[in-house]
Design a protein around this ligand. Structure first.
Ligand code: ZN
Length: 256
């Protein structure tokens, strides 16, 4: 009915205007998570280990050049990481975000830089892995991606094309383009609130997302163990362990 269209339209416009100026009236949320969310589950990163990642320099294991130079080293390293993440469990921060995803009636997109599967194991559905996933293999022969829990070191055949030795970890390495940036920016375009959790706001793409959020004039919140190099970009920053800060914030926003 055309009548209902004209009645609804002004309300939606009014709601959007209010959402941008009234803190309690948040409808659409984009959340960015990073290593700080998984750290308390026992997943370490190269940053936490003084530039070394299980005794390897990042440029020796996490770049396309490293893979071209020494594929055995890179595949063995990722086989180890893939095995490791299957031995850890989601923590209170992952569960709180899954609870928010389930309860939130507005748009919500959880963008994670983490390549573990702890957000999905906690139950988050509206999730995007911008840096790929440990539990995926990507065939360089036919471009297919496959769920993968075993090893790649032994050069298995691709389940789709049958070619052996062309599967690589489906991980965005340094120097490669993050996945699905269009979707991330589209979600941010609709958002009233951008929240960055457990990630340094100074490093791209996180830095680009908070700057875009500020340019749009939406609310920005950082939850991080300590002030990050990007802290000054956020309207509000709260510091402490993710397993305490995230559940408290979720409680607060669901209660408001
Ligand atoms: Zn293939």
């Amino acid at each position: 009915m055309s009548g209902s269209y004209y009645i609804r339209q002004p309300k939606q416009v009014l709601g959007e205007v209010e959402g941008k100026h009234v803190g309690q009236d948040i409808k659409n949320i984009v959340i960015l998570t990073g290593a700080g969310v998984s750290a308390e589950s026992g997943i370490d990163t190269f940053r936490s280990a003084g530039g070394l990642w299980e005794q390897h320099k990042v440029e020796d294991v996490a770049t396309p050049e490293a893979f071209a130079r020494d594929p055995d080293l890179v595949l063995r390293f990722y086989d180890m990481r893939r095995e490791r993440i299957q031995q850890v469990e989601p923590n209170a921060a992952h569960y709180a975000l899954a609870r928010l995803d389930a309860a939130w009636s507005g748009n919500l997109l959880l963008v994670t830089q983490n390549v573990d599967d702890l957000h999905e194991r906690a139950g988050t559905q509206r999730l995007l892995h911008m840096h790929g996933e440990h539990l995926n293999a990507w065939c360089n022969a036919c471009d297919a991606r496959h769920p993968w829990r075993g090893t790649l070191m032994d050069r298995p055949a691709c389940p789709a094309c049958g070619v052996a030795g062309r599967l690589r970890p489906d991980i965005v390495w340094f120097g490669e383009m993050p996945y699905r940036m269009d979707e991330i920016y589209h979600a941010l375009e609709q958002a009233d609130l951008f929240v960055s959790i457990g990630t340094s706001g100074a490093v791209y793409p996180a830095a680009g997302l908070v700057r875009e959020a500020r340019r749009k004039g939406i609310k920005t919140l950082e939850l991080n163990l300590e002030p990050s190099r990007g802290t000054s970009w956020f309207e509000e920053s709260r510091h402490g362990p993710a397993t305490l800060m995230v559940p408290a914030w979720v409680e607060e926003i669901l209660g408001s």
